[in-house]
Design a binder for this molecule. Sequence first.
Ligand SMILES: [Zn+2]
Length: 85
Amino acid sequence: MNQAEMTCPKCQGEMESGYLIDHSYASFFVSLWGRGKPKKHWLYTLQGNNAITLPRPSDQIPVGTYRCKTCGFLESYARKEFAVK
Ligand SMILES: [Zn+2]
């Protein structure tokens, strides 16, 4: 998708490309879309941990997010092109 084509559906403002940042301790990651429903990891209930089991690679797609420069509206897409390069 060409960023120049992106117009905010809420206010018609200009959208810019970006991504959502996930983190775990001192590491940071691009968000992933996972197919199906999340499954609890065995550590899920330990000390309030909300860990899930990571889906197999074929069921993961990196998420890219566009942000409206005017109103802040976010619109996300799960596509391979959003993988870390
Ligand atoms: Zn907007």
